[in-house]
Ligand binder design. Structure first.
Ligand SMILES: *Cc1c(COP(=O)(O)O)cnc(C)c1O
Length: 418
């Protein structure tokens, strides 16, 4: 048996990918006459049939507005919506379901905290710590609030492998430090940040921490109690769920102290023209009619992934990433960007003499979908002195054979430019 097939056999023992792939109708697609090889999962992942069916069931049998009426459908929709909240709670191991706020996604969750917490508690001269690895959505909201409040941003640097420098982070704390916002897994490099350790350091200084979990929840088992983070945010669409929905976990004591970011119906106890009394959490942060079906469908995506098991998904994807990393290492003219010891599911690289945009479009000719560009993380690109990278990002439904096809396609691109 070759090393490749031995490895494939041991991978199959971890996860029956062939069977799981049948749950994803889109994976049967042909692109440019070639089987689709979807490696843009860090931007958005695909949805299995079971999750789509949950949406159809909701729309066919359960749809009405929630929380307002006593009729059958409204009660059913309300019960299902709240059941989805409890699924998120269990998924993150949050202590209470009222600590889960439905949002429209990671960006919305970060804005909710930046505005809800920052506007209330930040002042002139205060400092907010971010890291070099942040997605723009974990930079811009903080910049907006900092500008409004006269606060400044401090940034944790990374080494040449894309790992955060924890000692430098430690030195950033002083009496003005008010908040830390950091990613759990970098979408541009795949680095898994030492969040637990970094949260503990912040807490020694009495500083709360928001963790951007958009790239972590699809690949790792996340436990907010174990991490002891104060806030955790993610998006449904990177978790085999729908767009337009995400969740924020926040410790109840903090959520209660925060200002709602949006006002409207469903988030109040009483309204007069003189004064509004807000509803208790989480309703206080869910103004207006929420994406009810999307939340329920997100619950189904969580059920789907939990049935497979995040630990098994992580084990499978780690092996797949190791295999792909080996293969790309062997190719002359390929430079991997982001070589942290602990990584999840992302392979960013540069191909000598070929612009990433050309790499992306030539791979598309072979049916291979990767992303090229700055991945909404321009500070990471600046740190590695590249304008853009090519990024293959995996899900548990990707296979070693697909990695081989990626490598073959890259070889073809190199020949064209040789
Ligand atoms: C995708 C992503 C975001 C933004 O998520 P949206 O769903 O676009 O709101 C934020 N942070 C990271 C690390 C991401 O990968």
């Amino acid at each position: 048996m070759s090393a490749r097939s031995q490895r494939a056999t041991s991978l199959e023992a971890v996860l029956d990918t062939a069977r799981l792939r049948r749950d994803f109708p889109i994976l049967d697609l042909k692109v440019n006459g070639k089987p689709l090889i979807f490696m843009d999962n860090a931007a958005s992942s695909q949805m299995p049939r079971q999750v789509m069916e949950r949406w159809v069931k909701y729309r066919s049998e359960q749809h009405a507005n929630i929380h307002r009426a006593v009729h059958y459908l409204s009660e059913t929709a309300t019960a299902e919506y709240e059941a989805a909240r409890r699924k998120v709670q269990v998924f993150l191991n949050a202590p209470e379901d009222r600590e889960i706020v439905f949002t429209s996604g990671t960006t919305d969750g970060i804005n909710l905290v930046a505005h809800g917490y920052g506007r209330r508690f930040f002042g002139p001269g205060d400092e907010i710590i971010l890291t070099t690895l942040e997605h723009h959505s974990n930079i811009v909201p903080w910049q907006m609030v900092a500008a409004e409040k006269g606060a400044t941003l401090r940034v944790v640097p990374v080494n040449d492998r894309g790992e955060l420098l924890v000692d430098e982070y430690r030195k950033l704390f002083n009496a003005h430090t008010k908040f830390v916002a950091m990613t759990h897994v970098s979408n541009a490099l795949g680095t898994i940040a030492p969040v637990k350790e970094m949260i503990a350091i912040a807490h020694e200084h009495g500083v709360p921490v928001l963790v951007d979990g958009a790239q972590a929840v699809p690949h790792l088992k996340v436990d907010v109690r174990e991490l002891d983070c104060d806030f955790y945010v993610f998006s449904g669409h990177k978790l085999c769920g729908p767009t337009g929905i995400g969740a924020l976990y926040g410790k109840a004591a903090l959520l209660e102290k925060m200002q709602p970011f949006k006002g409207g119906g469903d988030m109040i106890l009483s309204v007069t023209f003189e004064k509004t009394t807000y509803a208790p959490i989480p309703a206080k942060f869910e103004a207006g009619t929420p994406p009810i079906g999307e939340a329920i469908t997100l619950g189904a995506a969580i059920d789907y992934l939990s049935a497979i098991g995040l630990e098994r998904i992580a084990a499978y994807e780690t092996d797949l990433l190791d295999y792909a990393t080996d293969q790309l290492h062997r190719m002359p003219g390929v430079r991997l960007i982001g070589t942290a010891e602990k990584k999840a599911a992302v392979l960013s690289f540069a191909l000598d003499g070929v612009h990433p945009h050309d790499v992306g479009s030539l791979l598309n000719d072979d049916g291979v979908a990767i992303r090229t560009g700055h991945h909404c993380a321009q500070p990471v690109m600046q740190r590695f002195k590249v304008p853009a990278t090519s990024r293959a990002s995996f899900a548990f439904y990707n296979t070693m054979a697909e990695v081989d096809a990626l490598v073959a396609s890259l070889g073809r691109v190199q020949k064209l430019f040789a």
